[in-house]
Write a protein that binds this ligand. Structure first.
Ligand code: ZN
Ligand code: ZN
Length: 368
């Protein structure tokens, strides 16, 4: 057992605070990781606001890279000193998905068995719920060994740590779920961190046109730097008509792949109608429970053909995708540094939450 400093959300909607927490020694199948960098994600804000569940207190932070400090019994795939990116889907190897050779869809992913706890004050001993089973706004954290993916140690922790969540979700929505390939036309609706990564992924995969759609001109400008070939401000122009016009030069009736990175019925409907016949819609934006599928005529669902897909975590398989994307980053073919808007301290997380809402930054990254 050891004690470290960590960012904790104690109660619904209250500002996060720095707390001392207890980290147990790793048990069988577990690892303690010394965190080097952890990105600030919108999901952390959702946890703080009680939007995910009520299992307070939450140990926040989940887009992280660090060094394995210790491993428990039976852990063979990693060892102390390894540089790893943390993932929130450690696959089981035994469920229906794993059994049929599709571990990226594992239905039984797992986290550490032991609990980290608060160390000080009247709440001492209270079990913490780590965000997405990680909890990495902390000097160290306890995870399942399968949540640690070894990557090339020459990579910058602040950059490759982002592969652990939002950037992987966007890259994978394009490359894995949308199957974007050479010559495809792609539209991305919503240019936050995930949408921006979907743009970068589409460019990486060889898309011929990459259309960025947002209501914020600053984000559209940023999308250009990530390789968007066209931009549409959907406050000023109908995005469906604009996408059809841009892709229509080749006789197409929309984009081959439309990636919805907002998670709202209105933008989903735009994505549905902005794709070409037999095209693909990928929903990677996360809706809230009360939202409903838009009132689409069933004849249009049938008549337009193609596929309507959802993308969990970019349908990534961390052991396959993290090392590969890290290599592309080190070769200068995937600019993960461009996602790091600022490096901040562990005490600056609450301020970084405000910046997410203002749309000023792509990612603030806590350096430990
Ligand atoms: Zn499984
Ligand atoms: Zn995240």
């Amino acid at each position: 057992m050891q004690q470290v400093k960590a960012v904790v959300a104690l109660a619904k909607g209250e500002p996060v605070t720095l707390q001392t927490i207890n980290i147990p020694d790793p048990g069988p199948g577990e690892a303690v990781v010394k965190v080097q960098a952890c990105g600030v994600c919108h999901t952390d804000v959702h946890y703080r606001d009680g939007g995910i569940n009520d299992d307070f207190p939450f140990l926040l932070g989940h887009e992280a890279a660090g060094i394995v400090e210790a491993v428990g019994l039976g852990v063979t795939e990693i060892e102390p000193g390894d540089f790893v990116v943390l993932n929130w889907r450690a696959v089981c190897g035994n469920c229906r998905a794993c059994g049929r050779g599709e571990p990226q869809y594992c239905f039984n992913t797992h986290n550490a068995t032991q609990k980290m706890t608060l160390a000080d004050g009247e709440l001492a001993g209270t079990e913490l719920t780590p965000a997405l089973g990680i909890g990495a706004f902390a000097e160290k954290t306890l995870v399942a060994a399968g949540q640690c993916t070894k990557v090339d140690p020459r990579a910058r922790p602040a950059a490759v740590g982002l592969l652990g969540c939002g950037v992987m979700a966007g890259l994978g929505a394009a490359i894995n779920t949308g199957n974007v390939g050479r010559g495809k036309t792609v539209a991305v609706i919503g240019c936050g961190g995930v949408g921006m990564a979907a743009i970068a992924g589409s460019v990486l995969a060889g898309a011929s046109k990459v259309i960025a759609v947002d209501i914020d001109d600053r984000k559209l400008e940023r999308a250009r730097t990530f390789g968007a070939t066209h931009t549409v401000n959907s406050r000023q122009a109908d995005p469906v008509a604009a996408i059809k016009e841009i892709c229509g030069a080749n006789g197409a009736d929309g984009a081959d792949v439309v990636i919805e990175a907002v998670g709202r019925p209105e933008t989903y409907e735009q994505a549905f109608y902005a794709r070409d016949l037999a095209g693909t819609v990928v929903l990677v934006g996360v809706p809230t429970p009360e939202m409903k599928v838009p009132d689409l005529p069933l004849i249009d669902v049938f008549g337009r053909g193609g596929s309507l897909k959802s993308s969990w975590y970019g349908d990534c398989l961390p052991s396959r995708d993290f090392p590969m994307l890290t290599d592309l980053y080190l070769q200068g073919r995937l600019d993960l540094d461009a996602f790091v808007s600022e490096e901040i301290g562990i005490g600056d997380v609450e301020a970084a939450f405000t910046k997410i809402h203002d749309g000023d930054v792509l990612r603030s990254v806590v350096i430990l």
